[in-house]
Design a protein. Sequence first.
Length: 88
Amino acid sequence: MLLLLAFKNHLRIPWALRNRWLNCIEFTKGLNFIVSHIYREGNICADSLANLGLGSDGFLWWQDAPNIIRQELVKNMLGMTNYRFTTF
């Protein structure tokens, strides 16, 4: 939801991130994309990458999928279902 609000009004972006945000906006001007919601279980690769980025001190970039998601990426490409279990 924050992403959608940021696209609608860049003034919602904190000033410390605004320059990076505007650079991203400039980069995406030539792209057509759709923003939608999917639960974490539906895309474990994106969830794992988000958690990896959250714990990072800076910008991360890979030429290939990082090892942390390779197994899940293969399962995703094969259309296999992911389940998350909680134990009490």
